[in-house]
Write a protein that binds this ligand. Sequence first.
Ligand SMILES: Cc1cc2nc3c(=O)[nH]c(=O)nc-3n(C[C@H](O)[C@H](O)[C@H](O)COP(=O)(O)O)c2cc1C
Length: 319
Amino acid sequence: MSFWQEDIKIGNIYVPRFIGGPLDGITDAPFRQLVRGFSTRELLYTEMRHVRSILTPMGGHLALKFEQMERPLSFQVSASSDDCIEAACEKIVAAGVDIIDLNVGCPAKNVISSCCGSALMAHPDQLEKILKKFRSCLDIPFTVKIRAGFKEKNALDIAKLVQDCGADAIAIHPRLQTQKFAGLPDYEIAAQVKKALQIPVIFSGNVVNFKTAQLTYDRTGVDGFLIGRGIWAKPWKLLEMAENAAGREYHVSQAMLLQVALKHLQLMIDHYGPKGLYCFRKHLPFYIKGHPSASAMRSKLVVSTSQEEIVQGLIEFLG
Ligand SMILES: Cc1cc2nc3c(=O)[nH]c(=O)nc-3n(C[C@H](O)[C@H](O)[C@H](O)COP(=O)(O)O)c2cc1C
């Protein structure tokens, strides 16, 4: 069996090396269900939610609303202190997820202003308290997603701390908070983290196909690959990568693209109710991208308030 066909072991769970990463506003339950139409065993992440929001009736209800078919599922949380962690973990574990992941990488202003996400990389003592709290109240696997650093690169020290506090795997998106999602990822720092740690190291950043996964592996030797933007509006991406890794080609026909877009719209409405129509608008441009009259169609469909009109438009356009 080649490297690419082997699973990685996170705690007691075995999953393929290609993983569906967390994208807030994108990788929600409908999208994950769409991915499951192609890939049944791959690990998928939820969007990030603050531990406190899990304890509110509305926030908790929505965030924990998922189907069993979405598993194996890693539920991603953020936290700035050890408050609420125990109660939130209890609720999340009871909902039946497979892994809890702590976000120590988000660069967004509103997140770092409350010392969550990547800001924690600049506060290792606080991070240590939080990590220990999670580990002490979780029997299921616990993982952490970090950056290269906050303003300065300290991923190696933070990664060791994460491992020492008992995490089962670590994901690294090797850019600083200041770089957000742009610029080349720092492959060297990811390679150093991989070399220093015994737990699986998963790489996040610019892996969009099997070729980029191979390049990333050659530069870092990491164990797994988190696909972020590369999976957006391409729920077949993990299957495509697995097929390519096995030496097979994978193509998506126009008919398949139409089927996927229509199913996505329906899943959004099933999950969110009528609001799902509006939520689907952000995905629509990606499905019609590249078509000669995409611009005209996008202008028409993204303001539509009728499911029927959007369905007809997609059929006309992609059919
Ligand atoms: C729109 C958007 C939303 C994101 N939301 C999350 C999130 O909720 N949690 C997280 O850990 N990372 C989040 N990320 C970061 C991605 O998971 C990933 O680390 C980053 O985009 C680099 O990988 P990529 O080049 O494969 O996209 C987000 C990125 C984008 C572009």
